[in-house]
Design a protein around this ligand. Structure first.
Ligand code: KIV
Length: 318
């Protein structure tokens, strides 16, 4: 059924207004066009092209080897499929730490080449000069505090942060610094829920939690986790909304079995030859029968001609 109120693209002011209106912000990661199109058709406010792609797409143990070019590649895939959700793109490790100039240049690349509407970077006080410069250039910045995955080696693993009073106090102060530096939102990852609730209450900008409890102003999860695509990954903070690993394995096994038994492709997936005029007239004049045309038949399409930009159709007219 069509929406009664037409949807509009989600903007940074819309995201900030969610906090004033008490409406939680929904953020989901995406890295390709197929899944972005699905997420964008649902009520997702922000699609995050996260550097978590180092793990869920590239199969690495952490995010540290992800490059700016990797982020641009995936951001472009996502951008092509996006119509409504706001697109935030992660600044990968060492793309903003070396100097403010480098940070500005890389944030600019994510916008100009990747189509980012905002960028996200990790860290508190040390990230403030880069955040101020990027914001001053007109690029909205989302901060990220707590279990910042780019500091995995410094933390000695992916461990809940700010459990002790000193670290919690530091995080409280750094959240305020990020707000003052111009961030429009802050991800709070892997921290005690009580701390996340307090920090959220102390800020005018929304906090978006992952492993930080329900007191944040929004939530983010990695898409693969929401869909249950890796059934060996079961952290406490993830809720799986589907068990697609089973579904996908079932489909792949059925496909393999049908290829081996020759049940696939069936007649309905198979093209027939079509006689050309030339071969028809040849056969009607009795001058020897041709074997017919070599052109493939066009399979039926759903009717509409490319109803949405960038959508796949079957083969074009032959
Ligand atoms: O890279 C990522 O996907 C993230 C989210 C988990 C917040 O930073």
């Amino acid at each position: 059924m069509a929406d009664l109120v037409p949807r509009k693209p989600v903007t940074v002011p819309d995201i900030m207004a969610r906090k004033r209106d008490g409406v939680p912000v929904v953020m989901l990661t995406a890295y390709d066009a197929t899944f972005t199109r699905l997420a964008d058709a649902c009520d997702v406010d922000i699609v995050l092209v996260g550097d978590s792609l180092g793990m869920v797409i590239q199969g690495r143990d952490h995010t540290l080897e992800v490059t700016v070019d990797d982020m641009i590649y995936h951001a472009r895939c996502v951008r092509r499929a996006l119509r409504y959700a706001h697109m935030t793109v992660d600044m990968p490790f060492m793309s903003y730490q070396v100097s403010v100039d480098k940070a500005l240049e890389n944030a600019g690349r994510l916008v100009k080449e990747g189509g980012a509407a905002s960028v996200k970077l990790e860290g508190g006080a040390r990230a403030v000069p880069a955040i101020e410069a990027i914001v001053a250039a007109g690029i909205p910045v989302m901060g990220h505090l707590g279990l910042t995955p780019q500091s995995v080696h410094a933390f000695g693993g992916f461990k809940v942060q700010a459990r002790e009073r000193e670290a919690a106090d530091l995080l409280r102060r750094e959240a305020i610094l990020l707000e003052q530096a111009g961030c429009f939102a802050i991800v709070l990852e892997g921290i005690p829920a009580t701390l996340a609730t307090e920090v959220s209450a102390s800020l005018d900008i929304p906090t978006i939690g992952i492993g930080a409890g329900v007191g944040c102003d929004g939530q983010v999860l990695v898409m693969q986790d929401v869909l249950g695509l890796d059934d060996s990954f079961k952290p406490k903070f993830v809720k799986r909304y589907a068990e697609l690993a089973d579904v996908v394995r079932g489909a792949f096994n059925a496909y393999a079995a049908e290829v081996r038994s020759r049940a696939f492709p069936g007649p309905e997936h198979t093209f027939k030859t079509r006689k050309t005029r030339k071969s028809k007239s040849k056969s009607s004049s009795g001058s020897g029968g041709g074997s017919g045309a070599e052109k493939a038949e066009t399979p039926p399409t759903s009717g509409a001609q490319n109803p949405e930009p960038n959508q796949r159709t079957g083969y074009g007219p032959s």
